[in-house]
Write a protein that binds this ligand. Structure first.
Ligand SMILES: C[S@@+](CC[C@H](N)C(=O)[O-])C[C@H]1O[C@@H](n2cnc3c(N)ncnc32)[C@H](O)[C@@H]1O
Length: 329
């Protein structure tokens, strides 16, 4: 595949998702950071919807591997022709619905892949997320976690703790520097540091012994990255399988962070719904905080899981709302 035109905000080179040399922004303005993150979420979500539809015809394909399609003429033509617009406001909005033919689905998939590559691949998204995390911009979200863990509530429970950080962008955030944890496992779909294991949490082997479980799991701004409501629910269920039971001198907690609009402006979701879902999975809210753009929670886990189902139901009407939702089946 040819290397595409590069975006003007790019400044150093890395390997893109298709293995081509491409560029990743080194320094971004806050507005650019938000644009990139938002666009990647939309593209990722569209891609999942397309592949779910195509899987009905090609059962062998999945999100990580659809070589059969990539090598086809329809995909190649569409990928090669596609050019990203100069302005983010001119970005294409795809409507992935039942009216699209197989050919159209493959063409849009190719355009999405081409756009991701031209924008520098997942590295660009991660770079934007990391820059959004800098102290100057409101900081590393795990600082909130540490502030809460230092509360007197947990005073006698900070012994020999282990932590699993899902979606870790930096091995030097507050989880690491606080000195509370004797061991930290950091994973990410796309590791940016040798101290971060490159791994999909949904494929991480389930613990077979208690010492493979953790006292604390951090899942900050990750669930909103997962495209489908059902998969978000599956991620929360899976998290419970990796938590140790609390004891009198150690805790069992989940640190959870979502973009604020997921609970304040969704047609299908809000804080009450989140708390209902979490309760059904054995979590009780210990602390919560709504900042300007993100919402934070610290949940204690009591191990009491019910089989309650949560479907996608409209809770709030209004045309300006988003469609964020988490379902449990
Ligand atoms: C917006 S970043 C959040 C990073 C950081 N935790 C924070 O709070 O700023 C989301 C990260 O989650 C990672 N991620 C998404 N799904 C994942 C999964 N299934 N397993 C591991 N990492 C995942 C992505 O690769 C991405 O780096």
């Amino acid at each position: 595949m040819p290397i595409k035109k590069k975006s003007s905000i790019l400044s150093h080179k890395t390997k893109s998702i298709t293995g081509k040399s491409n560029s990743v922004p080194k320094s971004l303005k806050p507005q650019q950071t938000r644009q990139i993150i938002r666009r990647f979420h939309v593209l990722q979500k569209n891609k999942y919807s397309i592949l779910t539809k195509l899987r009905k015809i090609y059962p062998e394909i999945n999100i990580d591997n659809y070589k059969e399609l990539i090598h086809g003429k329809i995909y190649q033509n569409s990928f090669n022709i596609f050019q990203i617009p100069a302005k983010y406001s001119d970005n294409k909005i795809y409507k992935i619905d039942e009216t699209l033919s197989i050919t159209q689905l493959i063409e849009i998939l190719a355009k999405i892949d081409s756009e991701i590559e031209q924008r520098g691949g997942i590295e660009t998204y991660q770079s934007a997320s990391t820059q959004g995390q800098t102290n100057k911009r409101g900081g590393d979200s795990s600082k909130k976690l540490i502030e809460w863990l230092r509360d007197e509530k947990y005073e006698d429970k900070l012994n020999n703790l282990t932590a699993l950080e899902i979606g870790c962008l930096s091995p030097s955030n507050a989880i690491t520097t606080c000195g509370i944890f004797k061991e930290i496992t950091r994973i990410d779909l796309n590791s940016q540091d040798p101290l971060i294991i490159e791994q999909d949490f949904m494929k991480r082997p389930l613990p077979t012994a208690p010492n493979e479980k953790y006292n604390l799991i951090s899942c900050s701004l990750v669930v909103n990255f997962v495209p489908l409501p059902k998969e978000r629910g599956e991620m929360l269920i899976r998290i419970t399988k990796f938590l140790k039971k609390a004891t009198k001198d150690s805790l069992s907690c989940l640190f959870f962070v979502l973009p604020l609009p997921c609970i304040t402006n969704s047609r299908y979701f809000d804080n009450d719904k989140l708390l209902e879902i979490m309760k059904s999975l054995g979590f009780t809210q210990s602390f919560s905080y709504e900042a300007n753009k993100v919402a934070y929670w610290l949940f204690d886990w009591n191990g009491k899981i019910t089989n309650k189902k949560f479907n996608k139901k409209e809770l709030h009407s209004g045309s300006s709302r988003n469609n964020f939702c988490i379902t449990i089946h």
